[in-house]
Design a protein. Sequence first.
Length: 377
Amino acid sequence: MATPTFDERRRQTLACLLAAGLPLGCSAPRPVRLGFVAELNDTSSDLARTARNGALLAVQAANEAGSELGPVELVVRDLGGTPVDAQRAVEELAQAGVVAAIGAVTSVGTQRLLDAATPRGLLLVSPTASSLDLHGHDDLLFRINGTTRDNGLAYARRCVERRGLRQVAVARTARNKSFADSWAREFKAALTGLGGQVVQQVDFDSLSDSLVDVARQLSQLAGVQAIVIIGNAVDAARLTQLLRKQRADLPILVSEWAASEQLLELGGQAVEGVELIQLYDRHDQSPRFTRFAQRYEKQFREMPGFGSVGGHDAATAVLDALRRKARAMPLKDALRTQGPFDGLQQPVAFDVNGDNLQRKPFFVSIQSGRFVPAVGA
């Protein structure tokens, strides 16, 4: 076979470049791999799933925009329920060559993931973790969400200043201890400072305790004006149903952890009137959020939740930091110094410890099976 001439080789090269849309050579550029690891198979799976979906849309948007980063891939792993599971997920992500990982979604899961990721030097961006135990540390964790101190204060103000509810009972899950303990502590301090009182705190483990007994204990408390449930959507829906059978008129607030569509689906009529914080404005009519919501609904057959927005913002922040950083700058430094990054609804900016500088909450009420802005919020 005759050796191709220089002109023939040049034509072959140009044809390859045009066919692949590549700037150099005929082989595809190596993709930028972004990890996602969260609680995809436990009671927080609804939140983990929606966060994964939001991150996936951010990756798709980057690829469609033709980023200078080249193609981006999302590598997904389940966190599992033990430190060994977390270690395995981190090892697999490291072997895949991810630049960072989005996750986890619960505070206790995020701490377990951070413990596994730190020896590997794997940077994490949690879309939703908020325990104060994770705040203020110069480590490998960045957080999109605010803290339990921020949200505990917001709930205390809602109870006392907006609704005149000063005598409050608290039901606290034992399943996400880092979050639940921190949330209950911050809420109690804020409520006391506003002249209110936590009259009783009842801890529960939905996998081993009878929620019927928990509901009965809470509803029989003398002088209680409202109940706050600190738990996920499954626990909040079930406990609210049981409480309504005991005290149908008792105001109920649930923590932001439960603010997913699953609360509506599982709670049914019982959750009507329940109030809670969502960490995004689901009624936002801006063109950018509208496009995101429409695409999300088309692709996943559901409306986006706060996990979706957090996952999207986390992935966007990482990808924007990669684009903006100097070649030799570590990604951790880029996330701390190159922001704010363009979140779906709010700018994302991190302090020196990787904590979000500000995340505005939105109080909503459940009315006619939908989340609507709470009166006076």
